[in-house]
Design a protein around this ligand. Structure first.
Ligand SMILES: [Zn+2]
Ligand SMILES: [Zn+2]
Ligand SMILES: [Zn+2]
Ligand SMILES: [Zn+2]
Length: 295
């Protein structure tokens, strides 16, 4: 293979011409000439031949000797390869990167199992962010709420510098209990209010009892209140829990409006909005005796 035999002389390099001479003998003679088409070489001077390189194809391809790029495949396989190439090219597609402020294009092959959702630079950025997030993570065992839970508390120091007290499930448990307690308190509000009034009345008696001692040499402090211009001299202020869920705050001082020393008694009930408000003078006269909805 390679050389193509000369078609003119069928590769012999020479030609024969027969002469049948005139005369009575009719002798036939054969004369030989070198083939002019191939210069007597028997080889085609302009063409080469080869077999198709595709698989086991045995198709012979003839092509010019001076071809810069000799063909590799027969006509059928050339077409087939071009078709395959086009199909392969069609499998490559592009899409814009959905990354924030990213204008890159993602090139992918439809046959891939995993088609990237971000461009290389966005992916690198995301990876770095993830590593940073992991570096910011802290963890500690949950102390549990009403019994141990065995959970781990994880938190991001950039979001919660001090971490969390409880794990999510214990936190939920605590929240639910608090809500139930508040509900219970609200349901008992009328009862607590009654109790508050009762306690307040007892407190008033105590204050009135003590007022004599206060006047005879108790400490007197002067202060300026922000909102209440009536009070100018405070002589006593106490906060005390007088019963479970009930606290009393007492303030005594000079009332400009009443022109005498009065005592304000605020009675607060845990879980109940508002307070009971008493104002009594040193003789024990009740000047104000009412429930106020504001705290
Ligand atoms: Zn020839
Ligand atoms: Zn072929
Ligand atoms: Zn991107
Ligand atoms: Zn827990």
């Amino acid at each position: 293979m390679g050389y193509v035999k000369c078609r003119s002389c069928d590769g012999l390099g020479k030609k024969f011409v027969q002469h049948t001479g005139p005369g009575p003998w009719f002798r036939t003679t054969t004369k030989e000439y070198p083939c002019r088409a191939c210069d007597g070489t028997g080889i085609n001077q302009r063409l080469y031949q080869k077999t198709c390189e595709y698989g086991y194809c045995s198709e012979v391809i003839t092509y010019p000797r001076d071809a810069t790029y000799p063909p590799k495949y027969c006509r059928t396989h050339k077409a087939k390869i071009a078709e395959e190439k086009a199909a392969k090219a069609a499998q490559w597609q592009t899409k814009p990167c959905p990354g924030l402020l990213c204008f890159n294009t993602i090139k992918y092959n439809v046959t891939w199992d995993r088609i990237p959702d971000l461009c290389d630079s966005c992916r690198a950025k995301k990876k770095q962010e993830r590593e940073q997030r992991q570096a910011n993570m802290r963890e500690k065992p949950c102390p549990g709420y009403n019994g141990s839970c065995g959970n781990t508390i994880r938190w991001d120091v950039t979001k919660a510098p001090n971490g969390y007290e409880l794990c999510r499930s214990c936190g939920e448990k605590k929240k639910t209990e608090r809500e139930e307690k508040e509900k219970r308190l609200r349901a008992n509000e009328p009862i607590y209010r009654e109790k508050a009034i009762q306690k307040a009345k007892e407190a008033v008696r105590e204050i009135v009892k003590e007022s004599g001692a206060r006047e005879s040499g108790g400490e007197t402090r002067y202060y300026q209140t922000h909102g209440d211009q009536r009070r100018q001299g405070l002589t006593q202020s106490t906060d005390a829990d007088v019963a479970d869920g009930v606290s009393v705050r007492v303030k005594s001082g000079w009332s400009v409006k009443e022109q005498k020393t009065v005592t304000d008694i605020y009675v607060y009930v845990k879980g109940v909005r508002g307070h009971y408000h008493f104002v009594v003078d040193d003789e024990g006269n009740e000047l104000i005796d009412e429930w106020r909805d504001k705290d």
